[in-house]
Design a protein around this ligand. Sequence first.
Ligand code: PEP
Ligand code: MG
Length: 938
Amino acid sequence: MLSLTADNVRMQATARTKDEALLVLSEILHADGLTQLDYLQGLKDRENQSSTYLGQGIAIPHGTPKSRSSILQTGVRLVHFPDGVVWNDAGDVVYLAVVIAAQSDEHLQILQSLTRALGDDISEQIRDAKTADDIVNALVTKSSLLLQDNLIKTDSAASQIDELYLQGLTLLKSQGMITSLLMPAHQPTALSHAMHCVVLENPAVKESAMALIANAREALAVISATPSIDRAKLSWLLDALIDENLIQALQTGNRTAVHNLLGIESQADWPSESVVLMNEHGLHARPATALSDLAKLVAGEIKVAVDDGAFVSAKSLTRLLSLGAQKGQTLTFIGETNTDAVAHLPKLIAAVQAGLGENVQAARTVTNPLQVMPSQDIIAYGTKTPAVSASHGLAVGEAYTPKVERLSYPLTGQLPSEEMSKLIAAINAVKFDLKGLVASATNADIAQIFTAHIALLEDEEVVYGAKDGIDEGQSAPAAWHAFIEQLAKTQASLNNALMAERAQDLRDVGTKVMYKLLGKIPPSAPDNPYVLIKEDLVPSDVASLDPARVAGIITAVGGASSHSAIVARALGIPALVGAGQGVLSIDNGTPVLLDGGEGWFVVEPSQTLIQDCQQAQIERREQKRLALQYASEPAITTDGHQIEIAANIGNVSDTANAVANGAEGVGLLRTELVFMSHSQVPDVKTQIADYEQVFDALDGRPLVVRLLDIGGDKALPYLPMPSEENPFLGLRGVRLLLSRPEFLRDQLTALILASKGRDLRIMFPMIGRIEEWRAARAILDEVLVEHPHDKLQVGIMLEVPSAAVMADQLAREVDFFSVGTNDLTQYVLAIDRGHPLLSKDADGLHPSILRLISMTVEAAHKHGKWVGVCGELASDPKAVPILLGLGVDELSMSGSSIALTKALVRTLSFRAAQNLATRALECQTASEVRALSMDGDA
Ligand code: PEP
Ligand code: MG
């Protein structure tokens, strides 16, 4: 372990020369079992490259990369030479040698903590140290209380304290102040009417600091406190937070005022330039020395920050080292205005690009398009940052993050009757606009969302909800805002994803009415194609987007199978989700390139990268064009194995399009979506008309229908559901159907009558236990007595792990299984598929899921039954060969993926796919599975 503790200190060492000192150090490392004796040569070679003198009487000798083979165990020793040793030609004298034996770059960590201490003058303390504790006390950073501009967010879209808290934690984590987001729940203390505060004191806190998050109404200070926090500063800060001027400055987004009130130094106006650091081992001593030497050539101040971190002087070697900058991170330099420092910035950038004396690969020419940087909350400009692929396609455009506008209006109104008329007029105007949007919507999902918004504004409780406030003398906007906010909060607190989404819808329509009431036009997005960047997406967001202007979408949170990702796919806008909070700090107008299929984005991409990607996109389009020519041909591997490719639809009118795209049938008709297009429960006759439309368009091809899958995150507006603690584990799918058998009977009857003997395959959603299957099947048998069907197949969705484990038993009774990998993954990995932070880790290629699919296929085939996959995994190009190799008989996916998937299957050999699948089953992680290739390489 590398730690600056008293155990690692050795006092009273003596040496007349640096060579003697290095010998002493190597003997100490050897005696402590950290290195072999020949590590001495590594120490000498490193000193010959350049002196490791750090400043303040301290040197940090360490070996060369070549000498790492002599290291037995990573460690550090702090050796005190009270008489001093001359360390370099400049005559600097070392009193403390921090000798490091590190296998990789762990020493950067030590440098970081060491050099923070070097900001103070500690050379005499070090020289005169009498005990090991004296040394450690001089070195260990005195924990102050950091107040930084990049820990302040003034225009948060969060409306609840919980959300402000999460944003505060995320900021603190992104700046390394805390190590985990998983903090015990804290009840904020109200410091004033609009200022709340939470103090975190636990082992995950690394630095004392404050994140301050404000929305238009209130603010939350999240303070991370180490045991050695500067208490006096904390008490001053708590007073400062109560200041009304600060609250006002936060609410109006006046950052300069916020800085002044909190004493934060701001260099916001200094000219800046950024560059990505590409040195293999980061900004370690040698390149840092070159950089500080270069910065010292000018009189003006030059500061530098890593990613969004705090600025330090670029002239100070110790400060530079304290940044701990790693390869791939962005260095931003700022030069003091009106000094020679400004003209010097390009030279610093060029020097960093040239490697500061080391060989580096240019940052902005990424040659391997598949190589991505690890996921992080901090975004490196100019390089690829991975995110979860939500909707395929390449997009380039300027970044646009919608800001919440602060609306002002009088709190008190005129005559209540006049205020009420204004409100009704505004509501009617919004309804009129919405009806126009429904009429012009080209996509049924979008039309459905706006129809739901109209329904909200037709609800008497909503329309007259603000009446009480108006009658008490409030103005129409004040009463309306208060009412909608209250209603949305109640919805959101129901702890149900769908209700939370409805809360979002309420706020959406509520805001539209506010703008109408105030006669204002809502802020509009740029005219040029833009990349929309948001914390999260609600379906109504996606619905209001114009695909002609929205080139792409990136969200900070979310997973590939969240319903908004599904709608983004339906709209055909390239989208990434789960990209991390860092994306929210990308400035509006910054160019962004994203690949929704490969799952990465680049902020400020080079022209070369844009051109390479556009070329690749042209090739992909050409591939798709070619694939479409053969879309109606079957998907048969090079060695003659056929897999059926079908379509997932949620709207009966999409069937013909799916067939035109090559669907050999419908593999999943999500009937709850069909139900959602009606404003009340569709009766048997209405349902028959819907299903007939699908059968007719299929023209004899099979139709796999999933019976109503309500519950979890899906509800029907006209089917009230009890609030549940864990809706995904509650009354969902077949459980709900069995509790409402009249629904089930009607749907079964409608399906059988609509089919008129055609190829109908019915499946029950979310079967977990054989009893559920048998109970549901019994109701079907009753319906079949009255309405017999010769060709009917009856199967189940395989989404609950217990069904996969019991597949050999179920296979005796069902005709088929269709694996819903979206839910199966959430239940197997215990990750809520819509969880804002976790769902990006819900990868259906996790070996545990593959093993369950493999068991299911084996069990089904033993009994002569077939297995399909209809979750999002079915069209993932990485998954297709593996699912094929596992023996899956059918893949069902969105219509737009069918032609390319068929083309992909035609290039594969079934034998090779089987081999690939066998290797995938042996992997330990989803990323290992994703790294496998058909030709046998990992
Ligand atoms: C699934 O869970 O994989 C699935 C196809 O169903 P849905 O996404 O509609 O829950
Ligand atoms: Mg499902």
